[in-house]
Design a protein around this ligand. Structure first.
Ligand SMILES: *Cc1c(COP(=O)(O)O)cnc(C)c1O
Length: 393
């Protein structure tokens, strides 16, 4: 019996300690972590430089208030703007809060243009969080069911379908923004056409809409660049971050550029904890380590090696529909539901995830090395082959 609300289907394992890509449970067993706390622990576990910086900050100050100047918040904002090309940052504590800020920006922007019912274009199979506004934006009925009435002010189109967005532009004059993931994470690591963001940028520019990228999962080096949009020739008007930003210390951020950066005025938005010294020190140190240790290059190289490894081991195996990767976002799509693979892998001391029912999703720490990547491929491939050959459910 647990006193916790029944919100998670938890695996029956308790971790007590971590180091790099490894975790140890309460019986002393060692696990290879290919999920990184769902794209949070980019630096792996117990990174010594991060731990030291956090300890030092805690001994100094954890929290003051946004009533006062907060120095680490100023520094982190400056650093984030420098690497992203954005102008201003609002700090909060999670991905859904970062998206809430983006949605509020879009609505303010619309009202500023005299649109009484501003509307945001969102995508099928998207995930933006579990607050009321972000679950409304999310393209997954399971996330919404039971929580109606949903918000108004959203219109949904298929992902990777530029024509559908053009059609909305043709008849809906309340649209003020597009909110989209550069790669759909929870939706199954869906990678759009190379021209997708470029085309969305053009439509947004032609119609005076804000292009708002949810980089909560793709950001912070995971795809081999700081932010996924940097693989393209565009810059968004608004970008949201969280997951990997604080390496496990809760922090989210909504970044904006141009007119979008000037919309919020005192009293429009805020957060008690958002951007406190502890969270911002974790963020700043995370950025420094990613830079110093060249983890983006590592993510690109190791991610590609993992995909190549799975192609060698699994391509052509009956039941394997696709193997795809974008840096350290890796998917093996099967032709059948495969949620039970999480448990099978756990028994083999391997931490993986299944999303969108039939997609094995791997989000390894950015620090993973060649030998560890080889182990991941060598250990997971037989588990998948065995599952498929048993005619797994
Ligand atoms: C995880 C995720 C969120 C939600 O983040 P929380 O911190 O759980 O609120 C939003 N968008 C994307 C793309 C995500 O992957």
């Amino acid at each position: 019996m647990s006193y916790l609300m029944n919100t998670y289907a938890r695996q029956p394992v308790t971790f007590l300690r971590g180091e790099g890509v490894w975790l140890w449970d309460d019986a002393g067993n060692r696990y290879l972590d290919a999920l990184a706390g769902i794209a949070v622990n980019g630096l792996g576990h117990a990174h010594p430089v991060l731990s030291a910086a956090i300890c030092e900050q805690v001994q100094n100050l954890i929290h003051t208030s946004n009533i006062y100047q907060v120095q680490p918040q100023e520094s982190l904002a400056e650093h984030l703007c420098r690497i992203s090309g954005m102008d201003k940052v609002f700090f909060c504590n999670s991905g859904c809060e970062a998206n809430e800020a983006a949605i509020k920006l879009a609505r303010l922007y619309g009202h500023g243009k005299g649109i009484a019912t501003p509307t945001i274009v969102v995508m099928e199979k998207s995930f933006h969080g579990r607050t009321m506004a972000t679950l409304t934006a999310t393209g997954n009925r399971k996330v919404q069911a039971g929580f109606e009435p949903l918000l108004t002010g959203f219109v949904r189109v298929p992902y990777n379908d530029v024509e559908a967005v053009r059609q909305v532009a043709g008849h809906n004059h309340d649209v003020v923004a597009v909110l989209v993931e550069p790669v759909e994470g929870e939706g199954g690591i869906r990678i759009p056409d190379a021209s997708y963001l470029h085309d969305l940028r053009q439509i947004c520019d032609a119609n005076g809409w804000l292009l708002m990228l949810d980089e909560v999962q793709t950001g912070m080096g995971r795809t081999g660049a700081w932010f996924a949009f940097q693989h393209t020739d565009i810059v968004p008007d608004v970008m949201t971050l969280a997951k990997g930003l604080g390496s496990g210390v809760p922090i989210g951020a909504c970044l904006a550029r141009g007119v979008a950066a000037e919309l919020f005025k005192p009293g429009n938005h805020g957060s008690t904890f958002g951007g406190n010294p502890l969270a911002c020190t974790a963020g700043l140190t995370t950025l420094q380590i990613i830079e110093d240790d060249e983890l983006m290059g590592n993510a690109a190289r190791i991610g590609a090696a993992i995909v190549t490894g799975f192609e060698r081991e699994l391509a052509g195996v009956a039941g394997v529909k696709a193997i795809r990767g974008y840096g350290m976002m890796i998917a093996i799509e099967l032709d059948r539901p495969c949620a039970e693979l999480v448990k099978t892998a756990l028994a083999e001391r391997l931490l993986i995830n299944v999303t969108a029912e039939n997609v094995v999703r791997l989000l390894p720490p950015l620090i993973m090395n060649d030998a560890e990547a080889g182990q991941l491929v060598d250990r997971l491939s037989p588990i998948i082959r065995d599952f498929l050959s048993r005619g797994g459910s």
